[in-house]
Design a protein around this ligand. Sequence first.
Ligand SMILES: [Zn+2]
Length: 115
Amino acid sequence: MDTATARKRLEEMRGELDKSILVLQGEQPAERIGSDSPQDPADAGTNLSENDRTQAVLAAAKVQLSAVRDALQRIEGGTYGTCADCGSSIPDGRLDARPEAARCVKCQAKRDRGR
Ligand SMILES: [Zn+2]
């Protein structure tokens, strides 16, 4: 995929992620104090698990945001579309599905296993 298209998609993703992170951070109870919409005390029992879920989604969004930022940096540096580990070019189909991908499928699988 050409870098102009990739950049556009990545910038859109970054915008969306920025927005969801702001929304998710706003959903944390600590941020709620003094807000206009106090929680119904009856919901208090569900808050903890709900907050855990929000934290998990938030963490995932932050990881993806940093991947998107890295990808935009690779576009600037002219290395976009090249596997960060083995240096071979990442297939268009993969970049189309995941424009933020930094590695070819093989190297990513190796890396995921190593975790
Ligand atoms: Zn590779």
